[in-house]
Design a protein around this ligand. Structure first.
Ligand SMILES: [Zn+2]
Length: 82
């Protein structure tokens, strides 16, 4: 089993909405936070997702298809530049 294996950045992105909604299992949340503690990029991503959710209201996984995720990431990069 790979229980001890850290999340990748891609996996963290996939889990971020569930994390923010408190929907992760304790095990997944633990792995999420272990990755987060060592990855400034994902810390930034999480913070930006938090802000986006505040802007849009509640987000569910169904509301974020892959296209929208890409658009959000693009928007984050644009914000950073501005
Ligand atoms: Zn990461």
């Amino acid at each position: 089993m790979d229980d001890e294996q850290e999340l990748t950045c891609q996996e963290l992105v996939e889990l971020v909405t569930e994390y923010l909604e408190g929907a992760l299992s304790p095990e997944d949340r633990g792995r999420f936070e272990v990755h987060l503690a060592t990855c400034p990029g994902c810390q930034t991503y999480l913070e930006q997702m938090r802000q986006t959710i505040e802007l849009l209201g509640r987000i569910t996984e169904e509301m974020i298809p892959e296209r929208a995720k890409a658009d959000l990431l693009h928007a984050f990069r644009t914000w950073k530049r501005g």
